[in-house]
Design a protein around this ligand. Structure first.
Ligand code: ZN
Ligand code: ZN
Length: 408
């Protein structure tokens, strides 16, 4: 079984604990729309990963089997320890270039779009890492680290980073200078001039100190989270495509042939001179940063929260099935269709919380479709998605106009 399935309940228990600690400290660290967007992006990433990992992990296996210089054993402890350290080192470069090269940023940006910083932000992961991320781990395959070792240390590195996404743990002294920690990772998510593109380390922050990208958190410069070009949307599909679309647009429109390629390889924010001259970039002003927070009515918040829990449960079910078909009585739902339904429903829910055009009908239609495989088994259970579909049609998400900004 996919180990993430076991980790999901732990994620939610720790998020509840974080919420309770913050609540006791009279802090508000979670906003519903942002949480739905962040955790939804995690679900989309995991569900799509069932299919895309075949590409990135498949390449690793191919290289390890056919091009490896050595054959390292899986039953020697030092293979696991050096594997983890080497992976963390390669992760540092993967993550660093994820910020320094536009094509890689297009994938990684998803993790940074949240303007909050909480354990939910940790789950906010890209769905397109498979496109180019595998390149960084080829050296590990060439050295002969077995695919099993690679898969396990990659999982350890990822899971380690969960707990460092919180404002509820302060400075930890020497720990902050050796390991990735809540304090130094808050810095990583900052758009403050001083904090931009710092602290890339996954487990060890020593890499940043070695390669000159370390920055300490400072009380006189509180971290402002997010990206300098805010997404301003809860739509998980658009969140994944945002930067690719902007790069493709620039690449298409610029006149010079070399610039059409440069757009993808330059640091994020670079624009071809002809386009930059036509559309001068706005100066970034940290004091003008406002969180994207379209207000929801109470009924809409309850509805969205309930539907979201159900969709996360369905996403977990898809992961538990490992992409296999869902069989209920005489009805067999192909695994890929079930996975697509979860992704599309999260997409529709995100758009619904923003009152985007057509999102009511889309969400209602997707929910109604979910009652079909439930119907023969349990009439009562099949009524639930129908009731939720009616909710999508009748509950107005909010009365205000679309796309407006609200301060917290
Ligand atoms: Zn990053
Ligand atoms: Zn992070």
């Amino acid at each position: 079984m996919n180990p993430i399935v076991y980790a999901i309940p732990v994620f939610f228990v720790l998020m509840a604990l974080e919420w309770a600690v913050a609540h006791a400290r009279q802090q508000r660290v979670y906003r519903l729309g942002d949480t739905i967007a962040s955790v939804g992006l995690g679900a989309v990433s995991q569900v799509s990963g069932l299919y895309s990992k075949a590409i990135s992990f498949g390449i690793y296996v191919l290289v390890a089997q056919h091009l490896a210089l050595f054959e390292l054993p899986t039953d020697a402890w030092w293979v696991w320890v050096t594997g983890l350290i080497l992976y963390d080192f390669l992760y540092y470069w993967n993550h660093r270039l994820g910020h320094e090269v536009a094509l890689f940023w297009a994938a990684h940006v998803v993790h940074h779009q949240s303007e909050d910083f909480n354990l939910g932000t940790a789950l906010r992961q890209s769905s397109s890492g498979f496109v180019a991320g595998w390149i960084f781990y080829v050296p590990m395959a060439l050295l002969g680290f077995p695919p099993l070792v690679f898969a396990v240390v990659a999982l350890i590195d990822l899971l380690y980073q969960y707990w460092i996404h919180t404002e509820q743990i302060g400075r930890l002294g020497w720990f902050d200078r050796v390991f990735a920690s809540p304090s130094n990772h808050r810095v990583h998510h900052g758009v403050n001039e001083r904090y931009l593109d710092k602290n890339y380390g996954g487990i060890l922050i020593l890499w940043d100190r070695m390669f000159g990208t370390f920055e300490d958190e400072r009380d006189d410069d509180p971290v402002v989270y997010g990206t300098r070009k805010p997404l301003q949307s809860h739509d998980p599909i658009w969140a994944n495509l945002e930067v690719y679309a902007a790069l493709a647009r620039d690449s298409w429109r610029t006149r010079k042939l070399a610039d059409k390629l440069r757009v993808w390889l330059k640091p994020p924010g670079w624009r071809p001179p002809d386009l930059a001259a036509q559309e001068p970039a706005a100066q970034f002003d940290i004091k003008a940063v406002r969180k994207y927070d379209p207000p929801l009515s109470t009924a809409a918040a309850i509805y969205a929260g309930l539907l979201f829990v159900l969709l996360v449960a369905a996403g977990t079910h898809v992961l538990a099935l490992g992409g296999a078909d869902l069989v209920r009585g005489d009805i067999q739902v192909p695994g890929a269709l079930y996975a697509a339904w979860v992704v599309l429903s999260l997409w529709a829910l995100g758009r619904w919380t923003e009152q985007r055009g057509g999102s009511q009908l889309l969400l209602a239609g997707l929910l109604a479709a979910a009652s079909v495989p439930l119907w023969p088994g349990s009439v009562l259970l099949a009524l639930l998605p129908l009731a939720l579909g009616i909710g999508a049609m009748t509950i107005p998400a909010r009365p205000a106009e679309r796309g407006e900004l609200a301060t917290q």
